[in-house]
Design a protein around this ligand. Structure first.
Ligand code: SF4
Length: 149
């Protein structure tokens, strides 16, 4: 019974998981700000939690440190198909301030997992993150519908 209710609710909602691959937490703070009354993320049927096994959209932050090279792929694999990864901030796109010769970051994140959208900025503003989720979210729902047929 509970599983059936869960299936109905999930049909039209987007579940987002934030994956920090070694950043300064600035981008994570902006993602979490989406939960504040100002942005009220849940009014769009978008829910944030920390379980990749229930995620439709993975928000990747950070510059992919050595420790995160394998972890990123492992977490991406845990998310059920279909799934969409979005790079949030300059770090997962280019390494930003952490990318220097002899540095220990491995950006871009797209070298390790498929990335559907990139949101530049250090950090990007919450409304830019929201717009990106709303841009890729419907595709995630549509793909899920096709997979369930
Ligand atoms: S993009 Fe800027 S704010 Fe975001 S994790 Fe990197 S250094 Fe921090």
């Amino acid at each position: 019974m509970l599983d059936a209710i869960k299936d109905v609710v999930r049909k039209s909602s987007i579940h987002v998981c934030i994956v920090n691959c070694g950043g300064c937490n600035g981008c994570d703070v902006e993602c979490v700000a989406l939960l504040s009354p100002r942005y009220d993320l849940e009014q769009y049927g978008i829910y944030v939690h920390n379980n990749p096994r229930e995620a439709d959209v993975l928000l990747l932050t950070g510059a992919v440190t050595e420790q995160w090279k394998d972890n990123l792929k492992r977490i991406y694999d845990k998310a059920p198909e279909p799934k969409i990864a979005v790079a949030v901030g300059n770090c997962p796109i280019s390494g930003d301030v952490f990318a220097q010769e002899g540095g220990h970051v491995n950006a871009p994140a797209s070298n390790f997992v498929p990335v559907a959208a990139e949101i530049p900025g250090c950090p990007p503003r919450p409304n830019e993150i929201l717009e990106a989720i709303l841009a890729v979210g419907p595709q995630a729902i549509a793909d899920r519908g096709r997979e369930q047929k």
